[in-house]
Design a protein around this ligand. Structure first.
Ligand SMILES: NC(=O)C1=CN([C@@H]2O[C@H](COP(=O)(O)OP(=O)(O)OC[C@H]3O[C@@H](n4cnc5c(N)ncnc54)[C@H](OP(=O)(O)O)[C@@H]3O)[C@@H](O)[C@H]2O)C=CC1
Ligand SMILES: C=C(/C=C/[C@@H](C)[C@H]1CC[C@H]2C3=CC=C4C[C@@H](O)CC[C@]4(C)[C@H]3CC[C@]12C)C(C)C
Length: 570
């Protein structure tokens, strides 16, 4: 995985800043007037040229090169020491006795280079040009923010560099100036820019391909029979069919966009229960003046950021766009599509089959769950973690409604084109209905157990009577693990049995949507396969995130609840 790195220098607080000021004044031999930090501004930043640490002995060539800004002038560990600092007289004890430094808050990095860095620097010849370049950047940054102490809590300077050695120099200089620095490593998911580019092109193409196979081939997957056939196959089988049957017509656009607008107006005027979500990161972040005030976890790569999104919770008025697009758009459309297939069957044959009823029930349960449990959704992963980018928007507006419906469309198209309805024996049908209802029960109560527990914890719990409120959906006096982070991890109910009970239940429902159509086509199983990949990937991302966030508490939780999907199996 490609992981570009950049170095970010942080200044955390006004207190920290004042400490830096005092420190620098002390290093320069200027006595700071207590409480008048701003007044020292002009005197404080040493000009990079005039106050550059002395290098080598006074008559040495090394010193001359350094003083004359020779590009190959080198700097040793001792050169990075504060001026006037004598190595053999300084140790940590002396540092701690120093009143200026003592007055610093605990978290501030000491000014004197630590032994580890000193040892490393001794081995390294650092070019003067490099040091001057980064030192000037730091000086400029310090000067810029001297006048604006109020903003200091959120200010940081980002220095992008893919060179490990350069980053090392920046860290060392930061330490010298009492700034806190750390590497901000961009961790790409989904295969990075190349992976997401492939997905953005591949998903729509795949959907067209599946549409052709459903519309013209009773769900059979089609392919060219020889290499020579590829071009005519693409033109005749794919392109011409899309042009005729799947070109976005004005009527289709009006119907779909009409529904989108209608649904938005409803969300605007009839918002449903209003609950507080989880705290989101501060929006008041300045990043070298480049990013605006709402972007979040940006990689800097346009394609990747376009796919992942930039904002976490964009809104228009009272409508949280992500919630609206995730709940109020795809699931009702999916339900209407299934219902339409059932009505078409009834209109054509005067009767309906059990599999078609099954699909309407399955989609009704899902859409109903999303609406009746709307108040629980702000504490779920997509809302608090995923940003609103191509991935979520495409999947909400196209993927969910127009791929999750393959089972219903397949049942209908198969009957319309062959004249034979897909049916099964009563035992098979009854088993699948039972599996669906049982899985739904675990899915519904699993989600609501965890989300209500979390809502109680953050004080946003509200009781609702929307149908159905299932028994065990709300655990009174639950057991949990209290983490040092402050969050509680539920270990009662389904959550004491495995770590992702709601995923297991959701996947069980997904496979039942395929099984009800028999084994004539892969397409009704596409949702299950796709969803399995999504959830397995999500589990690994989530576990990694939680392990970092909760540390040893997460290990304790994993010991208490060792299985992820199925107890004693996995
Ligand atoms: N049909 C579809 O297309 C999709 C359906 N879904 C369904 O949506 C539902 C919600 O899933 P999703 O949003 O992915 O995940 P969750 O709502 O389970 O969110 C995971 C988060 O829950 C918190 N958490 C994990 N374990 C515990 C615990 N024991 N106690 C308390 N909090 C815990 C952690 O957050 P924290 O950091 O706050 O601790 C974790 O990051 C599932 O049923 C899933 O199947 C999801 C995606 C797509
Ligand atoms: C990822 C997408 C969509 C995800 C949604 C389908 C689920 C996200 C959170 C889920 C739910 C949370 C809590 C619930 C309370 C329960 O009482 C009922 C179920 C539910 C509403 C549950 C339902 C599914 C979610 C809304 C897109 C990108 C496909």
């Amino acid at each position: 995985m490609n992981s570009p790195q950049s170095t970010v220098i942080f200044v955390h607080s006004t207190a920290h800043w004042e400490a830096i000021q005092k420190q620098r004044a002390q290093l320069l031999g200027v006595k700071p007037e207590p409480g008048l930090i701003k007044k020292e501004k002009k005197a404080a930043p040493p000009s990079v040229k005039s106050k550059r640490p002395n290098v080598g002995s006074e008559i040495s060539r090394r010193r001359k090169r350094w003083v004359n800004n020779h590009p190959q002038a080198v700097l040793y560990a001792e050169d990075l020491r504060p001026p006037g600092y004598i190595y053999k007289h300084c140790n940590t004890r002396i540092l701690e006795q120093d009143t200026m430094i003592k007055s610093r808050p605990q978290h501030i990095v000491p000014t004197i280079l630590n032994r580890h860095i000193r040892r490393d620097l001794k081995k390294t010849h650092i070019s003067q040009g490099l040091v001057t370049k980064f030192e000037s950047m730091l000086m400029e940054f310090i000067d810029t923010w001297l006048d604006d102490l109020e903003q200091l809590d959120n200010v940081y300077l980002q220095i992008a560099s893919n060179n490990q050695f350069e980053r090392y120099v920046v860290h060392t200089l930061s330490q010298y100036y009492g700034l806190e620095s750390f590497n901000n490593e961009v961790h790409y998911e989904f295969g990075g820019p190349v992976g997401v580019c492939a997905m953005m092109i591949g998903f729509p193409c795949l959907m067209y391909y599946f549409w052709i196979s459903l519309e013209y081939h009773q769900g059979r997957l089609i392919y060219p029979t020889s290499l020579l056939q590829v071009k005519p196959w693409i033109v005749n089988e794919i392109w011409n069919k899309i042009k005729v049957g799947a070109y976005p017509s004005l009527w289709a656009t009006q119907v779909y966009m009409g529904y989108v607008v209608f649904s938005f107006v409803l969300a605007y005027c009839m918002p449903g229960p209003v609950v507080e979500g989880l705290p989101i990161p501060s929006l008041n972040v300045y990043v070298s003046g480049i990013l605006n005030h709402q972007t979040h976890r940006m990689s800097g790569n346009f394609v990747y950021d376009y796919f992942m999104g930039s904002c976490l919770n964009p809104r228009i008025g009272p409508v949280d766009l992500k919630m609206w697009a995730e709940i109020r758009l795809p699931w009702p459309v999916l339900f209407y599509l299934s219902l339409s297939c059932l009505l078409k069957q009834y209109e054509t044959y005067g009767t309906v089959t059990a599999p078609a009823v099954f699909m309407v029930l399955a989609h009704f349960l899902y859409v109903n769950a999303c609406q009746k449990g709307e108040e629980c959704i702000p504490t779920s992963w997509d809302i608090f973690y995923e940003k609103d980018g191509f991935m979520l928007i495409f999947w909400n507006m196209a993927g969910v409604p127009f791929t999750y419906c393959y089972s219903s469309i397949y049942l209908m198209k198969y009957q319309l084109t062959t004249g034979r309805a897909i049916t099964h024996n009563i035992f098979y049908i009854a088993s699948l209905f039972s599996i669906l209802l049982l899985a739904y029960y675990v899915f519904d109560t699993g989600n609501s157990q965890k989300n209500r527990f979390r809502m109680e914890q953050n004080g946003s719990f509200i009781a609702r009577n929307a149908f159905p409120q299932l028994p065990w959906g709300h655990i009174r006096n639950p057991t949990y693990i209290r983490t040092e982070h402050g969050n509680l991890l539920l270990t009662s109910g389904w959550w004491g049995i495995c770590r992702k009970p709601h995923y297991t239940a959701d996947l069980t429902m997904a496979i039942s949507w395929g099984l009800i159509t028999g084994s004539g086509s892969f397409l009704p199983y596409f949702y299950f396969c796709f969803f399995l990949c999504v959830l397995v990937h999500r589990v690994s991302r989530d576990m990694e995130r939680c392990a970092k966030k909760y540390g040893s508490d997460w290990e304790k939780y994993c010991e208490r609840v060792p299985y992820i999907f199925i107890p004693y199996v996995f």
